[in-house]
Ligand binder design. Structure first.
Ligand SMILES: [Zn+2]
Length: 470
């Protein structure tokens, strides 16, 4: 039974999808106007984490993530760069996908672009105008927040602060100043010159950011979806406004579960370019490697702030290394055929199923990654102990399978399986081990050299020899 913290209710709730066994998720995607920073990727990773856990628990997941390729920021910065809006946003869309691959984030079912869905945004706006929930002013169309009685329920804003009739043109504004927000914005002369406009009943317009997500989410899933994700910074005004637009137009519940990921801070402070504590993903991946960064980001609970520091990263790297070494030990031990039973076999199998339950229970409890990772390290501890005591191959196989199961859910070590050690190298290693046992050091050294020339090194440890790729 999966429990998720629903921001709307401010508590954990049992997750029950609309259609049994299937889950519809809409995730707010990137605004493709710069290199996303590591905080953005923590948020995308949270959605990937949720998706993998849902799949692990047996659900079929349909995840849609939008690309905001038209809004205040993309228009402003493409002009600064002297590029067309399309050329500019395509460049950063590529960067965005490159980052997903660095972190082994699974692709969504689709990535609709805002510019590809403007027709739906205009018709959604028309519906709201027809219902008296939106109005035109100076060629732009605004949502009348006083017409939506549930406005503020998600973000818990003080409704007393709403100024009737006051409107705001920018997409981002403060929580203590809720106003009628723009659904469609009248295109400026400059925008028209650059081809950034769409014909509408109210003249040449371009969409505001908030209407984009309502239109694309309902386009993908109909009026109601199971889960909507995003960073906590999107709760107000973006998600509050999405609810107002969607429920305002359809009269139906828009989202059953709102799941929000907390911020990533750096050295205790909000990331900012002026403070010099601003990091893009490629910078951090270059330093630690994609898999370690993924491990680091998912090792904190998604509803807790993550404070990125060198010490935190180094600690994550060490813990990650422990997991990885054990995977290598297990893979190596599996090559040795030994089906004798050992006195600890039964006990070990029992411990394995206990650890598996712990892992599943942790993830089912609002994605408690820290607890799940603890269970993973318990498995590692058990595996290393067993590798020293006995090596029954069927027990080892089960152990290895469980290790893989955990790693897949967490999205780790996906590349390790490609590093297959060829048969001839394994045979040479075995031959060398025999020579060593016979104390034929010369032969053993010769064989080690041959293996090294093929790109592998043998390391002798108290658990026996291990082969590693150079
Ligand atoms: Zn959005």
């Amino acid at each position: 039974m999966l429990k998720l913290y629903n921001t709307m209710e401010r508590k954990k709730e049992v997750f029950r999808p609309i259609n049994e066994g299937a889950v519809a998720i809409y995730a707010c995607g990137p605004t493709v106007y710069n290199m996303p920073h590591i905080g953005n990727y923590r948020s995308f990773l949270m959605t990937d984490n949720l998706r993998r856990v849902l799949e692990y628990l047996g659900y079929k997941v349909n995840l849609v993530m939008n690309l905001t390729d038209i809004d205040d920021k993309t228009i402003r910065d493409s002009k600064k760069a002297g590029m067309s809006l399309k050329g500019f946003t395509e460049k950063y869309t590529k960067e965005f996908f490159r980052g997903l691959d660095m972190l082994n984030i699974k692709r969504a079912s689709s990535y609709p672009k805002a510019t590809g869905n403007v027709k739906d945004m205009i018709s959604l706006t028309k519906k709201l105008v027809d219902k008296g929930m939106a109005y035109e002013k100076g060629g732009s169309v605004y949502f009348r927040i006083s017409s939506f009685k549930d406005y503020g329920r998600l973000s818990k804003i003080d409704l007393g602060k709403i100024k009737i009739g006051a409107s705001v043109d920018v997409d981002e504004y403060e929580k203590d100043n809720p106003q009628d927000f723009a659904l469609l914005k009248s295109s400026s002369e400059d925008e028209i010159e650059r081809g950034i406009y769409y014909e509408s009943p109210w003249g040449n317009v371009r969409p505001g950011w908030h209407i984009e997500c309502s239109a694309m989410a309902m386009n993908a899933f109909g009026p109601t979806l199971d889960i909507h994700t995003g960073g906590v910074d999107l709760i107000f005004p973006h998600h509050e406004n999405e609810i107002a637009q969607s429920v305002g137009a359809t009269g139906k519940t828009f989202v059953k579960y709102w799941v929000h990921g907390e911020h990533l801070i750096v050295g205790g402070e909000k990331m900012s370019k002026s403070k010099g504590n601003y990091f893009t993903l490629p910078e951090v991946v270059e330093k630690y490697g994609g898999d370690v960064v993924r491990y680091m980001f998912i090792s904190s609970h998604y509803r807790k702030q993550l404070d990125y520091t060198d010490a935190f990263a180094q600690n994550a790297k060490n813990n990650y290394q422990k997991l990885k070494e054990t995977l290598e030990n297990l893979r190596f031990a599996l090559k040795e055929k030994d089906s004798k039973s050992y006195p600890k076999d039964k006990e070990t199998l029992k411990a394995l199923s206990k650890i598996r339950k712990k892992f599943r229970d942790a993830l089912s409890n609002d994605l408690d990654n820290p607890e799940a990772i603890k269970a993973f390290h318990e498995l590692v501890h058990l595996a290393n102990k067993y590798l020293r005591a006995g090596k029954n191959s069927s027990v080892l196989k089960k152990m290895h399978a469980l290790y893989r199961e955990f790693a897949d859910v967490l999205g780790l070590f996906s590349k390790v399986k490609d590093e297959k050690i060829p048969e001839n190298i394994l045979n040479l290693a075995e031959e060398r081990e025999l020579a060593r046992k016979k104390k034929d050091w010369q032969k053993s050294d010769e064989l080690r050299e041959i293996i090294r020339e093929s790109g592998y090194i043998i390391q002798d440890s108290h658990d026996g020899p291990k082969i590693k790729i150079v």
